[in-house]
Structure formats: structure tokens, C-alpha cells
Design a binder for this molecule. Structure first.
Ligand code: IDP
Ligand code: MG
Length: 143
């Protein structure tokens, strides 16, 4: 097991629905810790850049429109195997295909409006954390 950091985003729909606390408590009760957090309103350019890997996909413009429609909460989650564990807590991209008990199954509306983002690998976690946070913004737990 490795202590990891991963980027989590609570997407605009979930912020607007006032369910930030419900989502964060799922991370915390699974043993992940919040090492950094901040509310952000993404510009069109920032959303396009963050999701640039999906530039050619048919859902790209809908995704960028969604991610810019209101504030988001960006967080660094810390814990053993945090990247994979966060993905497991989130569930599959399409809420209808996600396992009951996951955030996306329980709270997601559809494949675009699926409440949360989470990094999918160590390289993407590092790049996505650096997109939003400076090293000094991250406060690792002192045991
Ligand atoms: P992930 O968020 O589970 O890693 P990705 O494939 O990286 O899924 O896609 C990024 C985001 O783009 C998804 O969370 C979702 O909001 C949106 N998305 C992905 N696939 C589709 C689709 O087929 N239709 C509509 N939106 C999609
Ligand atoms: Mg992804």
C-alpha cells in the first residue's frame, strides 16, 4: 500500500444541490483525508484545458458547459491507495451502471452530471493536483 494524493472535484450540480457535505462524509468515513480544498468557478478555457484529453469526444462541449455552469469544490484527498479507493467510492462514470452505494449511483443524475471527478492514475493525479494547487496549499496529515 502506498500513501497517495488524488484530485477530487465536486461538480457544479452537486454544489448547487447543496450535497457537498454528504459527498465529503463518504470520503472521510472511508478513511480518506482532505489535504487541500477550495471553491473554484472554472472559466471556459480552464474547463477545456482540464478536460483536454476528451477534446475529440462527442460529449466534450456538453462536459465543458456543465463544468462551467457554477462553482465547484476542488480537493486533494490523501490516503493509502487514495487514487483507486476514490474511484471505487465514486463508482462508474454512468450512474446507471455504477454499483449501489457509490456516490455516482446514489447521487448522480446522468453520465455527464455524475456529481464527482476523480483522478484515474498516479500521473493524472499529479498533473490534476498541480492544475489547481501549489505544493504549499497541500497539508499532509501529521501523525
Ligand atoms: P470519469 O469521470 O469516470 O473518469 P471520463 O471518461 O474520464 O470518466 O469522462 C470525464 C467526464 O466526462 C465524466 O465524468 C462525465 O462527466 C463525462 N462523460 C464521460 N463519458 C460521457 C458520455 O458518454 N456522455 C456524456 N458525458 C460523458
Ligand atoms: Mg476520467
Amino acid at each position: 500500500m502506498t500513501l497517495e494524493h488524488t484530485l477530487s472535484i465536486i461538480k457544479p450540480g452537486a454544489v448547487r444541490r447543496n450535497i457537498i457535505g454528504q459527498i465529503i462524509s463518504r470520503f472521510e468515513s472511508s478513511g480518506l483525508r482532505i489535504a487541500a480544498a477550495r471553491m473554484v468557478r472554472l472559466s471556459q478555457e480552464q474547463a477545456e484545458q482540464f478536460y483536454a484529453v476528451h477534446r475529440e469526444r462527442p460529449f466534450y462541449s456538453e462536459l465543458v458547459a456543465y463544468m462551467t455552469e457554477g462553482p465547484i469544490l476542488v480537493m486533494v484527498l490523501e490516503g493509502e491507495d487514495a487514487i483507486a479507493r476514490n474511484r471505487a467510492i465514486m463508482g462508474s462514470t454512468d450512474p446507471q451502471k455504477a454499483t449501489p452505494g457509490t456516490i455516482r449511483f446514489d447521487l448522480g443524475k446522468n453520465t455527464t452530471r455524475n456529481t464527482v471527478h476523480g483522478s484515474d492514475a498516479p500521473e493524472t493525479a499529479e498533473a490534476e493536483i498541480a492544475f489547481f494547487f501549489k505544493p504549499d496549499d497541500i497539508c499532509p496529515r501529521h501523525e
